[in-house]
Design a protein around this ligand. Sequence first.
Ligand SMILES: [Zn+2]
Length: 419
Amino acid sequence: MNGNYAMLAEAVIARCRKLASFSEDAGGTRRTFLSAAMHDCHREVSSWMKTLGMSVSVDAVGNLRGFYPAISPGTPRILIGSHLDTVPNAGAFDGILGVVLAVALVDSLDGQKLPFGIDVIGFSEEEGVRFGVPFIGSRALVGRLDEELLGRKDEHGISVRKAIQDFGLNANEISEAVLRDDVLGYIEFHIEQGPVLESLGRPLGVVEAIVGQNRLEFNFSGQTNHAGTTPMNLRRDALAAAAEWIVAVENLAQRTPGIVATVGFMEAKPGATNVIAGEARATLDIRHASDRTRTEALDELIRQAESIGARRGVTVKWRTLLAQNAVAMDPFLTEQIAHAVQKSGCVPHRMASGAGHDAMILAEKIPAAMIFLRTPGGISHDPAESVHLDDVAKALECGYHLLARLGASQEFLGRTCRA
Ligand SMILES: [Zn+2]
């Protein structure tokens, strides 16, 4: 074993920073699905993989894979990875760290082979920037890329299918990307992208679930009228009704543990200083690790919108934009990760992920689990995104212990894929 985790961690950080230079934009990092910059990224990561004796391939949706064989052929494999695409004006670590760290983990084995092969995977698309649909990379592995999605167009009118072809791949081979039944599970290292681990002073988090979420749009309809001549008691002010409800959303979220609820957009019409707003439109984003808690809170917020509206003579209509249940991580893998975190000298903090991740998609078919790394300042999706060198070293050490535990576990090796 290569015991020098600090040295490896330093290389991991340098590599993440190098990948950040492969960008569609000058002066910032933006690397979307199947862009030219992704070709450069693949070339770089492939060269690292090949140095470690891994066989490299790219599947039909552009997921980069490097396979490190097991002790004996014909044995199952595990997937370790994350995504290689970024948001515009991105940091260097969201997603990318999970891929680079997986390569470093193979490096830390120093040629030692395990009872399972390791497929390091760099997903081509997670953020949903180019086509407005996230997880295109991981969806291919669970067989969830349909014609509708392949026909979707980006802002230049290029379809997913055409983008695949332009990248030198063949969309007719997408079915070959689907998980085979020799995959034991998926493990993803990812930055937390939030302030929780930092506030607790813990380097690593064990993700138990990825929260479920609802996104809705609420329309408040009152009566547009003159701001000077309409007395206060005769108004049906849609904007004031929406405002009262927004505060109610915040109040409910504050008194319900674990709930996060956000009104991130609102618009009033006609939108003039001297006119009472007759229409107001507001969005709601609500999340919780428990589907029941989330659903109950949402029902309560809908009731409150209706009662606030009724009191003010304002009608309220709402429609669902997104409804997604929480996804539990695999309890066995989660337990093994908690042990590995402990063995690397850290106190494991069990937590829910407030953001979606590829692990959530793969969990549909195979046991999946995630390890979070503390995110300094909780800052992500920004060039200031960073990691602590020591935390990356701890993550590598944890990963090494995890591989050793899994390799020695008959329970794990005896598992078969549900795909
Ligand atoms: Zn990410």
